[in-house]
Design a protein around this ligand. Structure first.
Ligand SMILES: Cc1ncc(COP(=O)(O)O)c(C=O)c1O
Length: 399
């Protein structure tokens, strides 16, 4: 499906629907008039078959205790095999009300108070809070930024893990916010280091389907023919792919019997084992019928990304936009134009945008912003035009 057709058929107004992205601007940014380019949520309706499946479920009228039907497993397992070459067994799969909820349970269940848990910064901010809120020590191993292209400094990562006696690494693959789709070689090196130092890997692959560049997403569990599967817990979901986050249905995939038994024992303590009736109906239909829809979404994200880059290159050539290999989130380095303390006023008051600010993602990320490209081109045009015109007028940073 082309971007034009996708936007025409699925573009939707979110304002006035208790939508966090649009209707919580006042609460989050103190200004309801901003154009929201923050939070990873879209202005697109889910695939038609998903909406129909929800309508059919709703029409039945009873919403009692429900188990996950075989048809759901078939749809999800088929999707993983087709799209990612990952052959998941039904018994490996557990359900969570969100990937972030699962992260909290995993940090709490698989590490002890005071243990160190590592993340690779800059990274999605709930990774930080899942560690801190559980009373664990957060170890931030910084990625290397070379003119906007991020890589792993393996020697530094190994040192950070060893020196801090890290017990768990939360990996973001593909990586929000820097847009990397890690290659199999990179994952191999990283997973090897973790295995060597007995660091359990929680691989958050919620962005697995949102690949816009050349690199193919490789699930951590199948890297090197599955060499690390017994040291990996994978998180993914239909939510980010198909805009279903409000339906609270996510997956925890655990191949290793021992890890799975531990997971069941830990989540059993807080009785968190059930799926969500509407989330299951929606996810099954999306996995079964959503491929064409996803093509349309990715075409839209690519066009939006091209527009943003073109516009910024013309008016603010020294601004760095990281290459977008995956996710639908653009990561911008504004430091050539603005001092870190100028960014919030410039973005909010002059550009009239609501964005995710660099410092939310880790230390030394001031001066960066993250923009959401999974939206209608008219919004991206407005944001890109406003950013580039205001940056041009402002000129380069004196400092
Ligand atoms: C890396 C990553 N993990 C998890 C989430 C959120 O997952 P959930 O809504 O299922 O908690 C996001 C949302 O942007 C994300 O980027």
């Amino acid at each position: 499906m082309t971007a034009e057709e996708f936007c025409r058929r699925f573009g939707v107004e979110r304002r006035g629907t208790d939508c966090v992205k649009w209707d919580a601007l006042e609460a989050r940014f103190g200004d309801p008039g901003l154009l929201p380019m923050w939070i990873a949520d879209m202005e697109f309706k889910a695939p038609e078959q998903t909406v129909a499946a929800l309508q059919a479920r709703a029409a039945h009228g009873a919403f009692g205790y429900t188990f996950t039907p075989d048809s759901y497993y078939r749809a999800f397992i088929g999707w993983e095999k087709r799209r990612h070459g990952y052959e998941i067994k039904k018994e490996w799969l557990r359900f969570a009300t969100g990937v972030v909820s699962a992260l909290y349970w995993l940090v709490g269940g698989f590490t002890a108070p005071g243990d160190a848990v590592a993340v690779m910064t800059p990274v999605y901010y709930p990774f930080h809070s899942a560690v801190r809120d559980n009373g664990r020590r957060l170890v931030c191993s910084a990625l290397v930024n070379t003119d906007g292209a991020y890589t792993v400094d393996f020697a530094r990562l190994e040192r950070d893990l060893a020196e801090n006696a890290v017990k768990m690494l939360i990996l973001c693959s593909p990586h929000n916010p820097v847009g990397r789709v890690w290659t199999e070689d990179e994952l191999d090196r990283l997973l090897d280091i973790c295995l060597k130092h007995r660091v359990l890997v929680v691989s958050d692959e919620i962005h697995q389907d949102l690949v816009t560049g050349e690199n193919k997403h490789v699930p951590s569990a199948i890297v090197s023919g599955g060499k690390y599967a017994h040291n990996v817990i994978t998180l993914n979901a239909p939510s980010k792919t198909f805009n279903l986050a409000g339906l609270l249905n996510s997956h925890v995939v655990i191949e290793d019997d021992g890890l799975r038994r531990k997971y069941d024992a830990e989540t059993g303590k807080i009785d968190r084992r059930a799926g969500n009736i509407m989330g299951l109906a929606a996810g099954e239909a999306a996995y079964a019928y959503g491929e064409d829809w996803l093509d349309g979404l990715l075409a839209t994200v690519r066009e939006n990304d091209e527009y943003l880059r073109r516009r910024l290159k013309a008016e603010a050539p020294e601004l760095i936009v990281s290459p977008l290999e995956g996710t639908y989130l653009a990561w911008l380095d504004l430091r050539a134009y603005l001092r870190p303390d100028e960014v919030a006023d410039f973005i909010g008051k002059r550009c009239r945008l609501a964005v995710d600010y660099g410092e939310w993602f880790g230390a030394r990320c001031e001066g960066f912003i993250r923009l959401n490209l999974a939206t209608l081109p008219e919004h991206v045009r407005r944001a890109a035009d406003s950013l580039s015109e205001n940056l041009k007028a402002h000129g380069k940073s004196a400092g």
